[in-house]
Design a protein around this ligand. Sequence first.
Ligand code: C2O
Ligand code: CU
Length: 510
Amino acid sequence: MQLRAMDSCWLAVVVACAACEDPAGAADVSAATATDAETQAESESATDAVVATADDSALPEAEAEVTAPVAPSLEGGVTLADENPDPGIVEVHLQAGAVSATLVEDLGPLPLYGYNGQIPGPIIAANVGDRVIVHFENALPEPTTVHWHGLRISDAMDGSPRLQEPVAPGGTFTYDFVVPDAGTFWYHPHVRANEQVEKGLAGMFVVHERERPAVSRERAFVLDDILLGDKGLAPFMADHMEEMHGRSGNVLLTNGHDVPLALTARQGELERWRIVNVANARTMEVAVQGAKWRVVGTDGGLLGWSYAPERLTVAVGQRYDLEVVYDQPGEARLVSYVLTIDDHNNVVDVPVALAKVAATASDVVAAPAIYAAPPLPAFDPVDLDVTLELTGAMGPNGLVWTINGMKDGMSGGHEMMLFEAARGANARILLENLAGPEHPFHLHGQFFQIVRRNGEDTNAEEGLKDVVLVPGMETVELRARLDNPGRWMAHCHILEHAELGMMGEFLVTP
Ligand code: C2O
Ligand code: CU
């Protein structure tokens, strides 16, 4: 279901920016209803394909063959077919190009961008340790790169426009790397990302464990939002709110659909849900209703333990793996809490259904799944102390976002080197947010642990991450073991903040 006029812009208006109460930025698309029937049909037929389940052996042989030879499909999207017969190599073609997609019926088809003609892009799936070769072609009218968010690969393959000359329109590039960690990752452009990602360029990248937890099936949910006006995509950076808080959409998209996905399962089944938030700026608050659920994995892969929050905060760029057990027949829902204004003009926090799963009564009893995780790296002793002050300032051309008083060179020159470390160094990184808006901060090429928030121990909150949400005026302390050498980007994942300067680099020497 799409949002009506309200969304987190309003939160910003109400809570953070009392001076600018003009809600004009939040266009009303309440007439919006439909979804792209074609894409829907496509993803539904893909959904019918065989899934990664523990009981693949129980499938009739003809179907079992569909999954061979490598990464089986996940439900929730089209998994790119592996073109390479070598079981240790996944080789695919990926094209970024203009697409015409109907997200909202009244607006008709909109000129957007997609990977292989799809929004979101197809799922790329591999097994941990595989070599992945992506033959990329840029059919966009502008330069782009592909960044493999969360994959600890070499910097030359990371899609950083500082190391890789962006792929020109009509150009190609072969990304070739080995995936070192199992987990849920994603890919997106790193050139003018605030526009290119908003227009649809984002997809999930799944790296399966060698020993996959035995679950009834896996599902992928790519959570997004898009800001539409009466004539289609609202203009970029057209208002102060977008510069201040990032671009918050007024239509929620789940796997490219603005209506709740209609899914089915059986009572007693146990599923693994992979969730990624690919929105430009919207922090999502999600929950599962009508089924038992817990968090089993995060940015860095399976936790090896689990926790069961009431709601799960998913900052942009972050991923979570959930275990969902249909402990009763009936409807289970994936919901996202959204601030809206009720009939009495009160701001209320309502759960919007992103997906509805009809669980039919059955006597299936799924065996408990085992989510084994590799041991955590040692983060002690600390070899290096880094403090990064995140703030904003008014520049001659409007708002700029800075790290330690520096802003990314908007026209050429990217000199913002934040710190240097020798490979294997343990860094203590203090992120200090000195202003009101939140910053989901991202390090390329490394994982970290969140050890303290505002000086208080977090008990190594949430396992390994590569994005941490730093709320306004708060301080977060990380421990990062910098074991992947290279020149890496570090930036706010609110893509407008990054574009307006909050994007630097760090160096890990071999
Ligand atoms: Cu998704 Cu530079 O990151
Ligand atoms: Cu930010």
